[in-house]
Write a protein that binds this ligand. Structure first.
Ligand code: NAD
Ligand code: UDP
Length: 307
């Protein structure tokens, strides 16, 4: 297949470029590098790989046929989307519209990277795909959550009205090598604080929960969903739920750090709990995560030590 990946120079996008090339596909990576980096794709020497620095909110033109468009372009970490609120809304709305338009023009399948944030601060736990969510549209996180909810609605409209063949993945917190050390997400932040012997900043009392998935498991889930026939959203994440305070302690233990844990204000609208129900992915295409937390954390710590 000839595949376009928007946001392909980011954390998840770059791992997806690697996977698709290794499966024998051609990959065109399009990224404006607002939160991504060419460092993530520098190692790729494959003749079937091309990179274009481009903002996907502009008119999109790609020469030749396309079989699949994977739309990942969007700031993803809370500090990124709080710093880039308008950009985040534009890439989720205008960018998704442009990417869908290109898929329609080329007769390509379309894959949207959505998020567990569409469930907001969930009132149903764990979260199943048929839960509609609890999102504050006018809170600071609304720029990301609503952009992704709009992207999902737009994708389904192209599917229903234009008969476009579409997929939607709802990605839960994912971690691993190639995250930016200071993108502000809990795992890279805690690891870099621990490795530098600085205080570990836990927000609130740390009793809020998340469920963390290692990058290779996510990529396997994305690939299986791409190849499936499912048009409605599918959760991909690791159901092993833990508190943020326990995550901070685990990272201190695995790095052998002497850092202290300090408590800071909880950001506005920070979800209290989050855990995917992955029954749908298991039933539809036999996916479940394989990498244990300790193994994934060790590999990620190694990456940050070297970086
Ligand atoms: P990332 O910031 O590393 O990657 C996003 C990429 O999109 C970056 O390379 C960035 O430069 C690019 N981008 C942003 N705006 C663009 C634009 N207008 N034009 C072209 N490129 C643009 O983040 P990530 O963690 O790799 O996230 C990738 C996707 O997965 C995002 O859509 C995100 O919402 C989704 N997601 C990620 C997670 C996670 O835990 N990592 C969870 C849920 C959803
Ligand atoms: N968090 C924290 N300290 C940090 C960064 C994040 O305690 O330095 C908390 C944050 O408030 C949230 C959880 O860790 O409750 C996960 O945050 P992250 O930014 O990784 O992802 P998201 O909130 O989008 O799930």
């Amino acid at each position: 297949m000839r595949v376009l990946i928007t946001g392909g120079a980011g954390f998840i996008g770059s791992h997806l470029c690697d996977r698709l090339l290794s499966e024998g596909h051609e990959v065109i990576c399009m990224d404006n590098l607002v939160t991504g980096s060419v460092k993530n794709i520098d190692h790729i020497r494959h003749p079937g790989f091309k990179f274009f620095q481009y903002d996907v909110t502009n008119y999109l033109y790609v020469d030749g046929d396309l079989d699949y468009i994977l739309h990942l372009a969007s700031p993803a970490s809370p500090i990124d989307y709080l710093e880039l609120p308008i950009h985040t809304l534009k890439v989720g709305s205008l960018g998704t519209h442009k990417a869908l338009g290109l898929a329609k023009e080329k007769g390509a399948r379309f894959f949207l990277a959505s998020t567990s944030e569409v469930y907001g601060d969930p009132l149903v736990h764990p979260q199943k795909e048929d839960y509609w969510g609890n999102v504050n549209p006018v809170g600071p996180r609304g720029v990301y959550d609503e952009a992704k909810r709009f992207s999902e609605a737009m994708t389904m409209a192209y599917h229903r009205y234009h008969k476009l063949d579409t997929r939607i993945v709802r990605i839960f917190n994912t971690y691993g090598p190639r995250m930016r050390s200071h993108d502000g997400r809990a795992i890279p932040e805690f690891m870099n604080q621990a490795l530098a012997g600085k205080d570990i900043t836990v927000f609130g009392d740390g009793s809020q929960t998340r469920s963390f998935c290692y990058i290779s498991d996510l990529i396997e889930g994305i690939y299986r969903l791409m190849m499936s026939n499912e048009n409605m959203p599918v959760n991909i994440g690791n159901p092993e739920e833990m508190t943020i305070l326990d995550m901070a302690k685990e990272i201190i233990k695995l790095t052998g750090s002497r850092s202290r844990i300090v408590f800071r204000d909880l950001p506005v609208d920070d979800p209290r709990v989050r855990q995917p129900d992955i029954t749908k992915a298991k039933t539809l295409f036999g996916w479940e995560p394989k990498v244990a937390l300790e193994e994934g954390l060790k590999k990620t710590i190694e990456f940050f030590r070297e970086a």
